[in-house]
Design a protein around this ligand. Structure first.
Ligand code: PMP
Length: 316
């Protein structure tokens, strides 16, 4: 990945050069992981660049901050405007968006209240997260020896940077053992999610996915796929799923802003179904990609056009 074409980063109300996008070594976030973040995408559509479900991403950001008692010093519409300014300042038609709300330079010590809440917005080009071949060919994954956090330990509904230490353990173990990704179980041994993706199984004609019961991130792609699948006539059940279902399911796939919809072709070296992308996964991918690229009618209002004229250039 290269950041060579990143020109500007939005930091606390100002667009600064990439080289100047720095935070102080004494910032609370660096010592205690006190940051909430988001990951959204802008796609190039026939009618110009459009952000996918940006309102939901911004809402989740505010919810994550609420759990951690962090007050964002901007309204959601100012936040959205800042995101658009950042995209425009970098001249992107397609990109990944990464807002971060963090505790800055104040007082060190666990107590976060003495450190100010600060905001940065980074954007960059990000291709296929799990590899170019993955979307069609699928990925090989393992069940991790690391569990996802138990309810009432780290709140899984909050997209907090600290949660991603657990994700890194899952990811490193998977890569070290020759897999692309790991699937974590919850503390009761049921399927939870990937290190940065939600998971779906197709079994006996039904689509199954773990419930929002405190061990998974409420994925916006997850919600989109549930909506698309139900509208296409599939039965989708949000329910607890035993580990061994991964080995006997007809199809398994990941969803996420970065991973989009990625088929899983084997789990712990056991082929999933025929060991290739299955028909339900393919159908849902087709529907999903048509929508995000603006090739299908935006029937759910999921695309927000990125305004051509940014607030910044209008002011200048
Ligand atoms: N679970 C985890 C742990 C994640 O990091 C992500 C990526 N944000 C997801 C699920 C998928 O969420 P979304 O579809 O909103 O990107």
């Amino acid at each position: 990945m290269s950041y060579e074409d990143v020109k500007k980063v939005w930091m606390n109300g100002r667009l600064v050069d990439f080289a100047d996008a720095k935070i102080h070594a004494f910032s609370h976030v660096f010592h205690y992981g006190s940051a909430m973040f988001e990951g959204a995408r802008v796609y190039k559509t026939r009618s110009g660049p459009a952000a996918f479900r940006l309102d939901e991403h911004i809402r989740r950001m505010y919810h994550s901050c609420k759990v951690y008692r962090m007050e964002i010093p901007y309204t959601p519409s100012e936040f959205q405007g800042a995101i658009f300014d950042t995209i425009r300042a970098n001249g992107y038609e397609e990109c990944y968006i990464r807002p971060v709300v963090y505790r800055g330079l104040g007082a060190l010590g666990v107590n976060p209240f003495k450190s100010p809440v600060e905001v940065l917005i980074a954007v960059w080009h990000w291709g296929k997260y799990l590899g170019d071949e993955a979307i069609e060919g699928g990925v090989d994954v393992c069940v991790s020896s690391w569990n996802r956090m138990a309810p009432n330990t780290f709140p899984a509904m909050a997209k907090a940077t600290g949660n991603y230490l657990n994700s890194q353990l899952i990811k490193m173990e998977a890569i070290t053992n020759g897999y692309t990704e790991g699937i974590a179980l919850d503390s009761a041994g049921r399927i939870s999610e990937g290190s940065g993706e939600n998971i779906f199984l197709v079994y006996g004609g039904k689509i199954l996915t773990p419930p929002l019961s405190g061990t998974i991130l409420p994925g916006i792609t997850r919600d989109s796929i549930i909506t698309l699948a139900r509208d296409a006539g599939f039965t989708v059940a949000e329910q607890q799923i035993a580990r061994e279902m991964l080995y006997v399911a007809d199809e398994v796939f990941f969803t996420g802003t970065a991973a989009e919809v990625t088929p899983i072709r084997s789990v712990d070296r056991i082929p999933v179904g025929s060991g290739k992308r299955g028909p339900v996964t393919e159908r849902l991918q087709r529907e999903f990609f048509a929508l995000i690229r603006g090739d299908a009618d935006d029937r759910y209002g999921w695309l927000t056009p990125v305004p051509v004229e940014s607030a910044v250039s209008a002011r200048e």
